[in-house]
Design a protein around this ligand. Structure first.
Ligand code: XIL
Length: 686
């Protein structure tokens, strides 16, 4: 979004030429952009075992262990070499620990626990309350008081025996039904005690061993769209809201050959955003395709609260699904291709690993994207469509776009002599963009008046779409259905007033281009001041959209035109890299983009392609097969890999929807004929 729209007195004061810009060029060449420093983790080297590699990111890598196999030397050797977490595969289940009422047998699990202790491995406790592998004496109880005391006694006695020795307990396993109900499955616990049995079990467990993390564990909850996933999500959200003790959710991850659903990471991050750890607890994948293991591990690596991964057995011959060869070692204990894929995914991409091994921090942080870019541009794809109620619209600007449900959904500013508002259109592919209907959002509760520079995303923790935009303050509206232009709520503000630090630094600039991105713990709100400052405020995922405080200068440049406005921040898929784009006004008076990377949205930004001769996107690195309809590459948005609040973009074949302008156009800034076009990266390394 450009300045000037709200300040008619500045309309003829465009900083597009003369001595000011010569100064700008000189400053740009010296690269004076600086950023607020942030702590970075120490450099690592690549490990050769799963446990050691996972430990480099603070995670564990575990396996299910059968007590009866500890005497098998080949088995024990792999166990001791590769894994730093152990889950007894059957030995802590009710039919082993309390086969008859009140008579407990811990001998098999103790053998595993002592093996783990002597090899520096931690233990997951699996499981206390489960409808399966449950002795008949329990499943035949029909009296609620009896069953409640039996369940509480079981939890307390087993947890007491292992008190202080268990990293996480699967307190309740598989309590939700398959299929579309999203409710609990039938079981003796459900049937006799009712819905409250899960809460009861967690409360009892917290008292028994306050040091253990308490998990809910289940299968077929990896797909964010599944009713079962949503049912568990609602339960965890409710537990957190009411203070029922729960610390983690285990995703069993027993997958078919295709591996995890494509939205598995969204599932993990959405649960994590509720304030619980997430773990992959029983991973195995039919035929163990490398790509499927890679995708699973990456989903966890990309979510900071995904604290560890456990595979459900060591060799294919040890697996409960041995006919499907789903594990990382073959029956002879040899590493399979999936082993290498898993190890690599735990350590980042091979390029990142190589750079880290060489000890070059900046190379490591920039490895996922190339250091220079070239693009091919479409012609003008989207032009204003004035209607009788919006007759004077001259430009369509500042697009935000997501691909969702098979359609592109584009939000943009409309510019006219009378001011700015917002428009929405959707279409299936870019060839349809020009014919899509324009829905003017002033007809929704967003209302008329100054609204501009929209940013759209789905806030998964609240299952709501957000439209962030500027009104003079940083504002937003929400909508349960992105495709309903009338569904947007009235504007609300993120801040009660302009934060002090902005007021102190804005000079004669303008507060524009608000931008939100979240990681698994925090949300960040960026904005620009057309005066060389990029600001950043922070809140927690749980508090969003409230709580934005701690406003700081995230980046600044003594030349205001070098760090002007239209900042975008993205997560690069399958990497630990974030990308910052900021629009500059060049020495030729034309708009262009500079880029930086960091390892967190709140981190320190390192220049990637940030000069006029090596721009992120500028007329000099864009070809125009359909004709050079613009020399400005101005305010826009990347085509994302997803649509949620993590703003994840692909690492390959980037596309950028931007605003361009007929180079011959003249006149009042607000009536310039801005149009939208699409850049496609032509130098993608992958
Ligand atoms: C399996 C074990 O691997 C088998 O040895 C046993 O016969 C049946 O149970 N979900 C769970 C695990 O939570 O406990 C199950 O383990 C696999 C599915």
């Amino acid at each position: 979004m450009s300045w000037l729209h709200q300040f008619p007195t500045r309309r003829n004061a465009r900083p597009l030429g003369g001595t000011v810009l010569l100064v700008a060029t000189a400053l740009l060449a010296t690269g004076t952009a600086t950023a607020v420093p942030a702590a970075e983790p120490a450099a690592d080297v690549r490990a050769t075992t799963l446990g050691a590699q996972a430990a480099q990111s603070g995670r564990y890598f575990g396996t299910a262990v059968a007590a009866g196999k500890l005497g098998d030397t080949a088995y024990a050797n792999i166990l001791n070499r590769e894994f730093n977490m152990v889950t007894p595969e059957n030995e802590l289940k009710w039919d082993t620990t309390e086969r008859s009422r009140g008579s407990f047998d811990f001998a098999p699990a103790d053998r595993i626990a002592s093996h783990a202790a002597s090899h520096g491995q931690r233990l997951r406790g699996h499981t206390l309350v489960w409808h399966s592998q449950l002795p008949g004496w329990v499943s035949s109880i029909t009296d609620a008081n009896t069953l409640r005391s039996v369940m509480n006694n079981h939890i307390t006695t087993v947890m007491n025996h292992y008190k202080g020795k268990i990293h996480s307990w699967d307190v309740v396993n598989e309590a939700f039904a398959d299929g579309g109900s999203g409710t609990h499955r039938a079981s003796v616990f459900q049937n006799v005690l009712g819905d409250g049995f899960i809460e009861q079990a967690f409360r009892t467990a917290r008292t028994a061993d306050p040091a253990a993390k308490l998990c809910y564990n289940d299968y077929n909850i990896e797909n964010w769209s599944a009713a079962k996933t949503q049912g568990v999500y609602r339960m965890v959200r409710d537990f957190k809201a009411r203070g029922v003790p729960i610390d983690c959710v285990g995703f069993q991850a027993h997958f078919g050959t295709g591996g995890p659903p494509s939205n598995f990471q969204t599932t993990l991050s959405s649960f994590a955003a509720l304030g619980v750890d997430v773990q992959i607890t029983e991973l195995d994948i039919a035929q163990a395709p490398s790509a499927a293991y890679t995708n699973t591990v990456r989903a966890c690596m990309n979510v900071s609260r995904c604290t560890g991964i456990t595979v459900w057995g060591i060799r294919d011959s040890d697996s409960w699904r041995s006919g499907e060869n789903p594990l990382l070692f073959d029956g002879n204990g040899n590493k399979k291709a999936a082993f290498q894929a898993t190890l690599t995914a735990l350590g980042g991409s091979s390029a990142t690993v190589a750079a880290r091994t060489a000890g070059t921090r900046s190379a490591a942080s920039a490895a996922a994207l190339p250091g220079s870019f070239s693009w091919s541009s479409s012609g003008s794809l989207i032009a204003p469509k004035p209607d009788s109620a919006h007759p004077g619209i001259a430009g369509i600007k500042d697009p935000s776009v997501v691909h969702y449900n098979g359609r592109y959904h584009v939000f943009a500013s409309t510019a006219s002599a009378s001011g700015y508002n917002l428009v929405y259109l959707n279409f299936t592919d870019w060839s349809q963009a020009g014919s899509a209907t324009h829905h003017y959002l002033d007809r929704s509760a967003i209302g008329t008046g100054y609204r501009a520079a929209p940013q759209v995303f789905y806030y998964a923790p609240q299952r709501l779409w957000y439209l962030v935009y500027q009104t003079g303050n940083a504002s937003f509206s929400t909508n349960p259905d992105i495709s309903d232009p009338n569904g947007w709520s009235a504007p609300r503000h993120f801040y009660s007033a302009m934060p002090d630090i902005i007021r102190q630094n804005i000079g004669n600039g303008y507060w524009v281009d608000m931008w939100v991105i979240c990681d698994s713990s925090n949300c960040y709100l960026f904005s620009s001041d057309d005066n060389g400052h990029l600001y950043r405020s922070q809140t927690t995922v749980g508090q969003f959209p409230g709580g934005f405080t701690n406003t700081v200068i995230a980046a600044q440049d003594s030349n205001r035109y070098a760090l002007f406005e239209a900042a975008n921040v993205y997560k690069v898929q399958d990497s630990n890299q974030y990308l910052l784009l900021v629009e500059a006004i060049g020495s030729d008076g034309k708009r262009w983009f500079r880029s930086w990377t960091a390892n967190s949205p709140g981190g320190s930004w390192t220049a990637l392609a940030a000069s006029e001769s090596n721009p992120f996107a500028r007329a000099n690195n864009v070809t125009f097969p359909a004709g050079a309809w613009t020399r400005d590459i101005s305010h826009g948005e990347m085509i994302r890999a997803g649509y949620d609040q993590t703003l994840t973009i692909p690492g390959c074949r980037l596309q950028y929807l931007y605003q361009g302008l007929d180079p011959g156009a003249t006149g009042d800034y607000n009536t310039l004929p801005w149009r939208l076009g699409l850049l496609t990266q032509t130098n993608s390394p992958c």
